[in-house]
Design a protein around this ligand. Structure first.
Ligand code: BLA
Length: 336
């Protein structure tokens, strides 16, 4: 349905379901996330048959309003995977954004020289309480912002059995990355509840070593997720399936409303198309997996007039250092 958009973003000649080279001039880019996507698809195919999702027909490849950025979207499903989807964005020199009134947007956007974005996620079907695979990498010439995690479907702070089930064996492994990809500092406090004890949250200036470490971590985390998926047997009890469904819907609802990338996406493709990409593609399911609204799940964002507070965070940023210890225990925000 994106082609009916009133906005000027145009479809480009991407090959259906394929990752293909992007942009003129991108040969000089320091790196690309294409190899990450290629690896992810090939590795996943070792474990399961991937069928192109119907979303693939609606969303595939777009050029941004400025014509200098390309958005590439891929979507698949499998017997245990409700949706595996990827959005990658590659920008070129001189990418321009016009007409913004938001100073912050201008600040962020002014740094978007040769930017690369990867938003890669795998959502299990509701019969499974598997974590959600989540890789969000935002890269400019000067900065990398990275979140790589198996986002827990259930609360890992209060539900010890869930934490044991999926993370216990992975925790020592995750610590191996802590040196090269250290904790990225204070973070939107609400996000923490969506992260697991093995989350890699980091920021760094681009360099080959870091990029290499990130690629290794991405491969390791995806392999770990695929092994968990392989071993998982689907829930047959309806009440448990409903609980899984609701928690996945809650997660989608959070991200569809408050993900930090939305502002940039809106600047790139316009308000209407960004909304379609966010609700119809990236967080597909938000409009049909449950009836609850954002404010049902997160009432603290309710304004006096009943609207959603546009602030990303009500609590503010905290967690200066990693709030999980080496045993994967949550050590609160004592150091925040
Ligand atoms: C910044 N992205 C961030 C930050 C986090 C995340 C934690 C740091 C700012 C903060 O503290 O919130 C990522 N946050 C997540 C994820 C979850 C979460 C994955 O709660 C999951 C539950 N990032 C993208 C895409 C774009 C993008 C697709 O994934 C752009 C199209 C951009 N992320 C982006 C930008 C920033 C950012 C521009 C800096 C913006 C800012 O700090 O305001």
């Amino acid at each position: 349905f994106i082609y009916t958009s009133t906005f000027a973003a145009t479809k480009c000649s991407g090959v259906h379901g394929m990752v293909r080279p992007l942009m003129t001039g991108d040969s000089a880019s320091p790196f690309s996330y294409k190899e990450f996507i290629h690896f992810a698809l090939e590795e996943t195919k070792k474990y399961t048959d991937l069928t192109p999702s119907t979303l693939q027909e609606n969303f595939s490849c777009l050029a941004s309003l400025d014509g200098k950025t390309q958005l590439q979207m891929l979507a698949f499903e499998s017997p245990k995977i409700r949706l595996l989807r990827s959005l990658s964005i590659e920008g070129s020199d001189g990418m321009q954004f016009k007409g913004t009134t938001l100073e912050h947007a201008n600040h962020v956007i002014s740094k978007l020289i040769r930017s690369q974005v990867l938003d890669f996620a795998v959502f299990p079907r509701p019969e499974f309480d598997l974590p959600i695979f989540c890789a969000n990498f935002f890269t400019t010439a000067t900065t990398n912002i990275v979140v790589l995690d198996l986002n827990p479907l259930h609360d890992v702070i209060s539900q010890k059995d869930y934490k044991e089930k999926y993370y216990k064996r992975l925790i020592p492994h995750a610590l191996d990355y802590a040196e090269l990809l250290p904790w990225g500092g204070k973070i939107t406090s609400e996000s923490l509840k969506f992260f697991s004890p093995i989350v890699i949250w980091t920021k760094f200036s681009p360099c080959q070593d870091k990029h290499h470490a990130l690629y290794s971590a991405f491969k390791d985390y995806l392999k770990s997720w695929l092994k968990l998926m392989d071993q998982a047997s689907g829930e047959t009890e309806i009440p448990q399936i409903i609980i899984n469904l609701e928690w996945q819907h809650r997660y989608l609802t959070w991200r569809a409303e408050k993900d930090p990338g939305h502002l940039l996406l809106r600047r790139l493709v316009g308000e209407t198309l960004a909304k379609e990409i966010i609700r119809g593609f990236l967080f597909n399911g938000v409009d049909d997996m449950g009836n609850k609204t954002f404010l049902d799940y997160f009432p603290e964002y309710k304004c006096d007039d009943g609207t959603i507070n546009p602030k990303r965070s009500m609590i503010g940023k905290s967690f200066e250092s990693r709030p999980w210890n080496a045993r994967g225990e949550f050590i609160s925000n004592t150091s925040s």
